[in-house]
Design a protein around this ligand. Structure first.
Ligand code: PEP
Ligand code: MN
Length: 297
């Protein structure tokens, strides 16, 4: 029996003819479409590491963290100027002022910047300051937002809805592609599963990386910070994601100055610049091992 509204893997060619390998065989069975942001190539030779604060809280905090993640070897900067918060009484982000701070941090460090856009009416504004637009988990199925983001022709980082199936996630990406924008990077950020919230924030679904890479040619990265919600789990989760074939990571980092203010948002999952450096070192070592193996084969 076919249940109305339920989408299954067999429906993929109908749901996303532009993005499914089955209906768009241009990239063959294994090749990834490279999405370029500045000099960074998602789906290119090596995983791309995006790092930065959860939210832009001040100019001083953002510049400090931006310089620190650059020093640790990150490729791109992240930071929210518009924040999706559970309570309207929580810090909502600095908005336009936050975007200007991000641009300044990007200019100073040379790191391209990705930031979230939540409102279709703000796509143009955010696109003016960001190198890549992030569509967050809570908005993965906000179809007018996806359409507007597609029209912007900016590269898009599309996070997986926290309860979305693979088909729903790829269907959301198809909305962007349908506007003629194929510059899409997918991001697994943890899903709500039975034990979620008991010992970690969400459940990191590493198996989906394999499925994404089989079903579509879009690059896929992992967010170990929101997936686990626990700083000590971010490093092992990052390593595991790389082993599973993730083509990048997006990680939340905070200042490790003893007198630095704790982040207003997601403090428990923020890692130090030193831990970030170790994660990047792990990626470099793994890349060398992959290259040696490929050479020997
Ligand atoms: C974020 O990356 O800032 C964020 C809010 O993530 P998510 O949409 O995955 O919860
Ligand atoms: Mn966060």
């Amino acid at each position: 029996m076919k249940i109305a509204g339920k989408v299954e893997m067999d429906d993929l060619p109908r749901i996303c003819p532009l993005l499914s390998r089955r209906t768009n065989p241009r990239y063959g069975e294994a090749q990834t479409r490279v999405v370029q942001v500045g000099l960074m190539r998602f789906g290119g030779e090596r995983p791309v590491v995006i790092a930065g604060p959860c939210a832009v809280e001040s100019r001083e905090q953002t510049l400090e963290v931006a310089r620190a993640v650059k020093g640790s070897g990150a490729d791109m900067l992240r930071g929210g100027a518009y924040k999706p918060r559970t309570s309207p009484h929580d810090f909502q982000g600095l908005g336009l002022e936050g975007l200007k701070i991000l641009r300044e941090a990007a200019k100073e460090t040379g790191l391209p910047v990705v930031t979230e856009v939540m409102d279709p009416r703000l796509v143009e504004q955010v696109a003016e300051y960001a190198d890549m637009l992030q569509i967050g988990s809570r908005n993965m199925q906000n179809y007018p937002l996806l359409t507007e983001a597609g029209r912007s022709h900016k590269p898009i980082l599309l996070k997986r809805g926290m309860a979305a199936s693979l088909c729903e996630w790829l269907g959301a990406a198809e909305y962007i592609a349908n506007e003629g924008n194929m510059e899409i990077v997918l991001c697994e950020r943890g899903i709500k599963a039975y034990p979620s919230g008991e010992y970690s924030r969400y459940s990191l679904d590493l198996s989906v990386i394999t499925a994404v890479r089989a079903e579509t040619f879009l690059p896929v990265i992992v967010d170990p910070s929101h997936a686990t919600g626990v700083a000590t789990m971010v490093e092992p989760a990052s390593r595991a994601a790389i082993e599973f074939g993730a083509q990048g990571l997006i990680i939340e980092v905070a200042s490790d100055r003893l007198d630095a203010e704790r982040p207003k948002c997601d403090a428990a999952q923020a890692i130090s610049p030193r831990t970030l450096r170790r994660i990047i070192h792990f990626i470099e070592v793994r890349q060398e091992q992959f290259a040696e193996k490929a050479h020997a084969a």
